[in-house]
Ligand binder design. Sequence first.
Ligand code: PMV
Length: 307
Amino acid sequence: MSQASAPGKVILLGEHAVVYGRPAIAVPVAQVRATATVEPVPPGSGLTLVASDLDRTVHLAEATPDDPLAAIAFQFLAHVDLDDLDACVTVTSTIPIAGGMGSGAAVSASIVRALASFAGAELSLSEISRLVFEVEKLHHGTPSGIDNTVVVYERPVYFVRDKPIETFAVREPLHLLVADSGIPSPTRKVVGMVRKGWQAEPVRYDFLFDQIGDLVEEARNAIEDGDLYTLGALMDQNQDLLQEMGVSAPQLDDLVEAARAAGALGAKLSGAGRGGNVIALVEEELADEVERELQEAGATRVIYAVV
Ligand code: PMV
């Protein structure tokens, strides 16, 4: 038997603009994970994938290449030059689905890792990340690559599309509350909506993206300096720009306001938006209070992560 896992992630700043070449910062959230287990099956049975949380079973021999669960297995087999494998992969996850926490990428990453270990194949982090990215394209359309990078490397990253990954030092721990609005956030749809907006009004959108890119640069310095007050203020400014871009939602705005009113240093939506999560940067002693207020304001689940 082989088992492997991958964490969830949140984008601290820079979502959407990152699709257009601006930088973004994302961090792993180890408190929630996807775990894949691979067990042998009788010879000739082929590869089966079971997603117990989703109540889905896929036999690779009968699957279409664009099936998101089968796709990562197809990618892996092609990469290691195998036609099939007699094995059963079971994947479970505690990462909220469609909530901007990279659940799809983490599920794919855990499957590749577990399959590689089962098949005795040694894959580098960059190889795993690339295979996961191929599958992300099916989910997202035009993903930036940030999700696969963070969940595979499991380190905070400063990410620029098509550039080598950069990790950086976090001087003071970041205490984050990740509050789920309970509204699904269909990344592909929201990314498509932003693209339409950009095509219709390129100058306005490029200016929004540039401003977000500048905030991200400042945020990286603030994190390296341990200046959490500045980081919080930058997150607030990023939220304003995301609102202007039209990717927030009344429920997300309510959660952001609740967190700020309870003393969060900063709060914003995280991920594609329109639903999904809000993140709040808090001082440790206020974490409980902010968490209560987020729940009061309608959060269906709040994850406390220290990065
Ligand atoms: O966090 P997610 O999975 O919702 O990803 C959204 C991040 C975007 O910047 C909106 C898209 C991307 O591919 O980077």
